[in-house]
Design a protein around this ligand. Structure first.
Ligand SMILES: Cc1cc2nc3c(=O)[nH]c(=O)nc-3n(C[C@H](O)[C@H](O)[C@H](O)COP(=O)(O)OP(=O)(O)OC[C@H]3O[C@@H](n4cnc5c(N)ncnc54)[C@H](O)[C@@H]3O)c2cc1C
Ligand SMILES: O=C(O)[C@@H]1CCCCN1
Length: 387
C-alpha cells in the first residue's frame, strides 16, 4: 500500500473523470486519476473525434448549465492553447405539432438563446441538400457546434498533470473499501484518499457494487456511422453545413442526428440515438444493425446527397438512466464518495461543468447548480441499496 493519502481519487478517465480530476488538481487537491485501460482508448463513451455542443434542450436546467459550460470550455481552450470548439450551429427539425420540437423551441426562446427560425420557403436556400419533411418545423441554435472530443481529452489530462495531478492508466480498480479514508485496490496496488469520485461510465454499477449500491442504468451499444457525400463538399463543415438533430421523423419517434463532414474527408456522421443493450466488456459480440436500416431510409428520403450505405461504422456506449437525466450526487451511505454516472448519450458537452460540480461535491462546497434533477433518491423505486 502506498503511504500517501490523496485528497481525492477519481476512478475513470473519460471526459467526466478527466474534467473532475482537472478541477481538483487546479484547486490544489492532491489527486489520483485511475483508468483501467492504457490511454488513449476507445472502449468507453468519450472516444472519437467529435461531439455536438448545443443549448437546444427541453429543460431550463440544461440550458443554464450550458450557459456556464461554454465559458468553461473557452477557459480550457485558452489554458491548453488548443482549439476544441468549432461553431457550426445546430439545425433542429421535427413535427411542428410533435412532442419534442415545440418544447425545445419554447425553452430556447424563454432562455433568450439566439436562434433563427427557418420558414419552409427559405429552408433550402439556407440548408442545401436536405429535404424538410412535410409538417416539420426548423430552427437553428446558433450557439451550437462541434467539440473535438479526442483532442479535448488529451488537453484536459495534460492540464491535470500540469497542476500536479497523477494519472495511473492500465490500472483496473478491483476493490473499494469505504471509510473516513477510502482504500481503492487495483491489480498493481492499493491507494488511499479522503474522498473518492466514481466516474466509470458503462462500468458504474460494477464499481458501485463494492459499496452496496446499484443504480438503474442501462448500457447500450451505438453504431457510429459515416456516409459518403455524392458531391464532395456538399455537407462539409468548411462550407458551413451545420450539425442537426431530427427529433421525430417518419422513420422513427427517436432522434436521428448528424455532424458535418470534418474528421474523415467527404464523410458525414449520421447516427441513430437508440442502440441495443450490451455488456460493456462484450460489446463486440453485440452486432445488431436495426439502427442502420432506419438511417438508410432517412438518408434516402432527407439527405439525397449522401450514399445511403455507411462507409465507416464505429461503436460507442451509452449509459442510460430511466429519465435520461444524469446522476450527480453523493453516495447515500458514504458521503465522501461522489458519483457521476448515467450521462445517457448527451454528457460530453457538459464535461467541464460536471467536472466542476463533482469537484464541488467532493470538497463539500455548495454546488454552483441546482442538483435536484440529478439526485439518486429520484430512483427510490429502482435503486437497490443493500445498506
Ligand atoms: C455515439 C455517441 C454519440 C454521442 N454524442 C454526443 C454528443 O453529440 N454530445 C454530447 O454532449 N454527448 C454525446 N455523447 C455522450 C458522451 O460521449 C458521454 O455522455 C460521455 O462521454 C460519458 O463520459 P464518461 O466519462 O461518463 O464515460 P466514459 O468515457 O466511458 O469514461 C469512464 C471511464 O471509466 C473507466 N473505468 C471503468 N471501470 C473502471 C475500473 N474498474 N477501474 C478504472 N477505470 C475504470 C473506463 O475505462 C472509462 O475510461 C455521445 C455518446 C456516444 C456513445
Ligand atoms: O448530446 C447531443 O447533443 C447528441 C444529440 C443527439 C443524440 C446524441 N447526443
Amino acid at each position: 500500500m502506498s503511504s500517501q493519502i490523496y485528497d481525492c481519487i477519481v476512478i475513470g478517465a473519460g471526459i467526466q473523470g478527466s474534467c473532475t480530476a482537472y478541477y481538483l488538481a487546479k484547486n490544489n487537491k492532491k489527486t489520483l486519476l485511475l483508468e483501467q485501460f492504457v490511454l488513449p482508448h476507445s472502449r468507453g463513451s468519450s472516444h472519437g473525434q467529435t461531439r455536438i455542443i448545443r443549448k437546444a434542450y427541453e429543460q431550463d436546467f440544461y440550458v443554464r448549465m450550458m450557459e456556464e459550460c461554454y465559458t468553461l470550455w473557452a477557459e480550457l481552450e485558452r489554458e491548453a492553447d488548443v482549439k476544441l470548439y468549432r461553431r457550426t450551429g445546430l439545425l433542429l427539425l421535427g413535427p411542428e405539432n410533435g412532442r419534442g420540437f415545440p418544447i425545445v423551441k419554447d425553452t430556447l426562446q424563454r432562455n433568450k438563446v439566439p436562434i433563427v427560425v427557418l420558414k419552409r420557403e427559405e429552408f433550402s436556400q439556407h440548408i442545401p441538400n436536405f429535404n424538410l419533411s412535410s409538417g416539420d418545423g426548423a430552427l437553428v441554435d446558433t450557439t451550437a457546434g462541434v467539440l473535438y472530443a479526442d483532442k479535448a481529452l488529451v488537453a484536459i489530462r495534460r492540464l491535470f498533470k500540469s497542476h500536479g495531478g497523477v494519472i495511473k492508466d492500465g490500472e483496473k480498480v478491483i476493490g473499494i473499501t469505504p471509510g473516513p479514508v477510502v482504500t481503492v485496490t487495483t491489480a498493481s496496488g492499493a491507494y488511499q484518499a479522503k474522498k473518492l469520485v466514481i466516474t466509470a461510465g458503462p462500468w458504474a454499477n460494477t464499481l458501485l457494487s463494492h459499496t452496496g449500491l446499484e443504480l438503474p442504468l442501462q448500457v447500450t451499444k451505438l453504431n457510429v456511422c459515416y456516409w459518403q457525400e455524392k458531391v464532395p463538399g456538399s455537407y462539409d463543415i468548411r462550407n458551413r453545413f451545420p450539425c442537426f438533430v431530427q427529433v421525430e421523423s417518419l422513420e422513427s419517434e427517436h432522434h436521428i442526428y448528424g455532424l458535418p463532414s470534418n474528421e474523415y474527408p467527404g464523410l458525414m456522421k449520421v447516427c441513430y440515438h437508440i442502440g441495443k443493450d450490451t455488456d460493456p466488456d462484450g460489446r463486440d459480440r453485440q452486432t445488431n444493425q436495426d439502427d442502420i436500416e432506419i438511417l438508410k431510409r432517412y438518408i434516402t428520403r432527407c439527405m439525397p446527397g449522401l450514399v445511403p450505405v455507411p462507409a465507416v461504422v464505429e461503436s460507442c456506449l451509452y449509459t442510460i438512466t430511466p429519465d435520461t437525466d444524469f446522476v450527480l450526487d453523493r453516495h447515500p451511505t458514504y458521503s465522501n464518495i461522489v458519483i457521476g454516472a448515467g450521462f445517457s448519450g448527451h454528457g460530453f458537452k457538459f464535461g467541464p461543468v460536471i467536472g466542476k460540480i463533482l469537484y464541488e461535491l467532493s470538497t463539500e462546497q455548495v454546488p454552483s447548480h441546482d442538483l435536484a434533477p440529478f439526485k439518486i433518491s429520484r430512483f427510490q423505486a429502482h435503486s437497490k441499496s443493500a445498506l
